[in-house]
Design a protein around this ligand. Structure first.
Ligand SMILES: [Zn+2]
Ligand SMILES: [Zn+2]
Length: 273
């Protein structure tokens, strides 16, 4: 394996021979495992830098026996993080990628404490389906439930969702704040195959290369969020009219929450978390 990369001083991206060698090694590994054939995908793997494939990763800050453990989420968009992030991405090891089942996408850089951390190989991050940490599908025996109806503020967008509601929660990430114009949004997921639009369908806005938000093009209401390839869709509790039985059990991106509003307590009762 290659040594951790130390980018030359004064360069932003450090696209030097060692990163090229690391990419060549990655491609050779995928080819020998039978996952990659000659063609445009292979060429892209050779051309695309890992810091583009994986712009965020965790680094452990605590000692092995320290509790609770501490991590920092490094972000390629933060210049001070770049050298250390490159070292992680080209170090040849799996990297820490997910804290406490949080979503892979749209995370806020900075420290985390306690909880559990998932790893994965650098090469698989954007080439396999993204784990839906924020909207897990946990219903082993989907119950037959009465369809629920939802709508935007003006009524142009209307929909029904059927199946077991999963993981009602709030989110105070920057995307939710900016899109809603509010301190947080509230979400619950349903099976995608139980969704039906009536009236118009929403317009879509990608907040990440493979994750989009659905909104009414007339009134602007935020209605839903959908990851490419996902089998469930998250809809806003507000579009559903805030059903009293769907009480948020957690709040995502607490570190980005406004300080002047109480946070939703973590009352999850999920067997896998
Ligand atoms: Zn509308
Ligand atoms: Zn959010």
């Amino acid at each position: 394996m290659l040594d951790p990369l130390v980018p030359p001083a004064g360069t932003e991206t450090a696209p030097d021979e060692r990163t090229e060698a690391a990419r060549a090694e990655m491609v050779a590994g995928l080819e020998s495992a039978g996952h990659l054939r000659p063609g445009p995908v292979r060429e892209a793997f050779l051309a695309v830098r890992r810091e583009v494939l994986m712009p965020q990763a965790y680094v452990r800050r605590s000692k092995p026996d320290e509790t609770p453990p501490r991590w920092d989420l490094l972000d390629w968009g933060v210049p001070a993080d770049r050298e250390e992030l490159l070292g992680l991405l080209y170090g040849g090891e799996s990297v820490l990628i997910q804290h406490e089942g949080e979503p892979i996408l749209g995370r806020v850089p900075g420290p985390r404490s306690g909880g559990s951390m998932d790893k994965r190989p650098v090469t698989s991050t954007r080439t396999q389906p993204v784990t839906e940490g924020d909207h897990p599908m946990t219903s082993p025996t989907p119950a037959v439930t009465t369809p629920r109806s939802g709508a935007c503020q003006c009524g142009k967008i209307q929909f029904t969702v059927a199946g077991e509601p999963d993981y009602p929660h709030t989110c105070s990430c920057r995307d939710c704040q900016r899109l809603s114009g509010a301190p947080m949004m509230s979400w619950v997921s349903f099976p995608l195959d139980g969704l039906a639009w009536s009236g118009g369908e929403p317009s879509w806005h990608y907040t990440w290369p493979d994750s989009k938000r659905g909104f009414c093009p007339n009134c602007g209401s935020q209605v839903c969020a959908l990851d490419d390839g996902a089998t469930s869709i998250a809809v806003t509790l507000s579009a559903l009219g805030n059903p009293p039985e769907l009480v948020p059990v957690n709040q995502s991106f607490r570190e980005n929450a406004v300080p002047w509003l109480p946070q939703v307590p973590d009352t999850r009762d999920r067997p896998h978390s």
